[in-house]
Design a protein around this ligand. Structure first.
Ligand SMILES: Nc1ncnc2c1ncn2[C@@H]1O[C@H](COP(=O)(O)OP(=O)(O)OP(=O)(O)O)[C@@H](O)[C@H]1O
Ligand SMILES: [Mg+2]
Length: 211
């Protein structure tokens, strides 16, 4: 938790969103907290929700935020890249997306060499260059992220080594356990042992890297 990019990994029901909400609540209550921009992928009735966060304000579009800025802003999940873009534009901010598969799959990840004006995905920019990103006003600020996926095997390899902290919860597929093992996010003698270890995690149980 803190600055940089924190990654949460775990099968559906592992407890990723629950843990992320706890972390956002704690971080947002600190003095000089950054602004939190939260992508809301929908919640089940009766389950904890982003609405439980103290001070959370809900917006329909990212454009609306500029008219009534809020330090804890929740957006609909249909355009996660617009929320990532807003995080960079505002600066001194943290993107919170508990289902990044949509953002990873919804656009060109890297700028094409013959069309550099298109730029990288804003999510890639945050992870790769968020520590000193220029905001819309022209100031260099730090932008971080709390991001989750149930499919670590699908994470772009160019992000390896860029996470400041990784929470690994229950995972059941060999490919996912293998990726977690090869990245060094869990301590195990081999991928099969990592799979056995990760499969046995109860909901809410996470191992933390670095230890
Ligand atoms: N530490 C915890 N204490 C109590 N309940 C928990 C804890 N962690 C998770 N839960 C409960 O387990 C269920 C699944 O948690 P959560 O929605 O956070 O999982 P998830 O990993 O985000 O799943 P998905 O990938 O489907 O979004 C929820 O009902 C949640 O309230
Ligand atoms: Mg979730």
């Amino acid at each position: 938790m803190g600055s940089g990019v924190t990654l949460y990994l775990g099968a559906p029901g592992a407890g990723k969103s629950f843990l992320m909400r706890e972390h956002v609540a704690k971080l947002a209550a600190l003095p000089d907290a950054p602004v939190f921009f939260i992508v809301n992928h929908g919640e089940k009735p009766g389950e904890p929700s982003w609405a439980d966060l103290p001070g959370a304000d809900f917006f329909s579009t990212t454009a609306e935020w500029w008219g009534r800025p809020s330090a804890v802003a929740v957006f609909p999940g249909d355009n996660p890249l617009a929320v990532a873009r807003l995080t960079l534009d505002v600066g001194t901010a943290v993107l919170v997306d508990d289902e990044i598969d949509l953002a990873l799959g919804s656009c060109r990840w890297r700028a094409r060499p013959d069309h550099p004006e298109d730029g990288d995905s804003p999510l890639r920019t945050i992870v790769k260059r968020g520590r000193h990103a220029r905001n819309k006003a022209g100031y260099v600020t730090e932008v971080g992220a709390l991001i989750a996926t149930h499919r670590p095997a699908n994470l772009p390899t160019d992000l390896s080594g860029l996470f400041s902290r990784v929470y690994v919860g229950r995972l059941v597929s060999f490919n996912d356990a293998d990726r977690v093992y090869r990245e060094g996010w869990i301590s195990a003698p081999n991928a099969a042992a990592a799979k056995a270890q990760l499969e046995a995690f109860e909901p809410g149980a996470f191992s933390v890297w670095p230890i």
